[in-house]
Design a binder for this molecule. Structure first.
Ligand code: GLU
Length: 431
């Protein structure tokens, strides 16, 4: 037994307090909690506690200096009862089997909340992309694609960008897969460049949905957006697009951050003047008159807090310092299960990731439709359809929240689980 674990009398293992909650711990706790609130077949819940498949591969990479390094790659396929597996690939040193399973589970719920005909998957490589040259990233991506080639495909499992991967990464995957299939297969990945079947509006879609859901949540709590202060952790594609849209719609964005810290102005920042991570990486604090730490940003007394950087940033250790009136999750899993319960006790509503940032996978779905039909949509069509999907999902979650008198997160889970359980019941278990 590892020293981080202790055994209870019942013989089951219990995590000691020092052990941080993993994405998988959080995802499983959330599932069990939602399942306890509705009448759902426990056999289906048991099925959903485990992924359908975990593909683990090793990826040898020839570095530019001729040495070879070997990385671990994962593709976890959680559930596909409602359609092909769908979800991102991340390049990050923390990528692991456990994290990929937790994130794949969240994708299953996310697709169901916005009612897409997809299941959930996730994966990635345990590499720091900042350590690689462009050529090395391309070689790593092509070799990884080769290793998971037999388990992905336009009708089976469709990867997309996530932390540390980009439209270019998707282009290499699409090309490698297409060359091996001897046909052009744009539908094998989403989040591609528009020149090869990517969708207009895909890049900004997760941030746009966070802003739409933030706007609806403020409206629900009768807070006029023009009188709202907002703090956003992270200024990548999710955080920057959410901050800029809310800024455009009249909110006062008082703080945004990257890994180096936060730019802060109580009178409101010009979010368009701060370069996004893609344009100039890690430049937020260079453009600041006042700099705060990321921890201080999370403690600001604002109307709306959007953690849109990485997972597990609000935990038992800092949750009592959170002063925001409302939290909308931009990143996947930014709040631990334990911290979430404390926020509920403190009366701070949290709108969960599985609805708030679902705009990314929603526009991925639009991209997949465009690829299959070989017909591109206009940006206006994409934005109008996204708005409709998000508002429909918001209404459905709101109804569940009121019907069951639960939190926003529990309501989103209840909606997702009900839809997934219905599909499992209809299809049955074979044999
Ligand atoms: N990686 C994104 C997410 O976590 C998008 C997934 C997709 O488009 O398939 O939602």
């Amino acid at each position: 037994m590892s020293p981080d674990h202790c055994s209870t009398d019942g013989g089951t293992e219990q995590l000691v307090e020092a052990q941080p909650e993993t994405a998988l711990d959080t995802a499983r706790h959330q599932l069990v909690r939602a399942a306890s609130q509705i009448d759902v077949d426990q056999n289906i819940v048991e099925r959903l506690t485990h992924p359908r498949a975990v593909h683990e591969v090793t990826i040898p990479l020839r570095r530019d200096d001729g040495t070879v390094e070997v990385y671990q790659g994962y593709r976890v396929q959680h559930d596909n009862v409602r359609g092909p597996y769908k979800g991102g690939l991340r390049y990050h040193p923390h990528v692991s089997r456990e994290e990929s399973i937790g994130l794949a589970m969240w994708m299953t719920w996310k697709c169901a909340v916005v009612d897409l005909p997809f299941g959930g998957a996730k994966g990635g490589v345990n590499v720091d992309p900042k350590d690689l040259s462009d050529d090395e990233t391309e070689r790593l991506t092509r070799r990884f694609t080769n290793e998971i080639r037999n388990v992905i495909g336009p009708m089976t499992d469709i990867p997309a960008p996530d932390m540390g991967t980009s439209a270019q990464t998707m282009a290499w995957i699409m090309d490698t897969y297409s060359v091996q299939e001897a046909e052009t297969s744009p539908g094998v990945v989403t989040g591609k460049p528009t020149s090869i079947g990517g969708s207009r509006g895909r890049e900004e879609a997760p941030g746009r949905s966070v802003a739409i859901i933030g706007r609806e949540a403020l409206d629900y709590y009768e807070r006029p957006i023009e009188e709202t202060t907002v703090a956003v952790q992270g200024f990548g594609s999710v955080g920057a697009n959410a901050a800029r849209l809310l800024d455009d719609w009249g909110a006062t964005v008082v703080a945004v951050s990257d890994v180096n810290g936060a730019a802060y102005d109580p009178d409101g920042l010009d979010t368009w003047a701060i370069p996004t991570h893609d344009v100039e990486p890690e430049a937020v604090t260079k453009h600041a008159t006042e700099v705060l730490s990321n921890e201080e940003l999370l403690e600001l007394d604002v109307d709306l807090l959007i953690p849109a950087a990485v997972g597990n940033v609000i935990t038992e250790a800092n949750v009592s310092d959170v002063e925001a009136n409302l939290i909308v999750e931009g990143a996947n899993g930014p709040i631990s299960f334990a911290a979430d319960a404390i926020l509920t006790d403190r009366g701070i509503p949290v709108v969960p990731d599985i609805i708030a940032n679902a705009g990314g996978v929603t526009v991925s779905y639009f991209e997949w439709l465009q690829d299959i039909n070989r017909r591109a949509w206009t940006l206006e069509e994409v934005q109008d359809e996204l708005e409709e999907v998000m508002l429909t999902a918001w209404e459905a979650v709101r109804r569940e929240r009121e019907a069951h008198e639960v939190t926003w997160r529990e309501a989103a889970y209840i909606l997702a689980l009900t839809r997934i359980a219905e599909a499992h019941e209809s299809r049955g278990l074979w044999p």
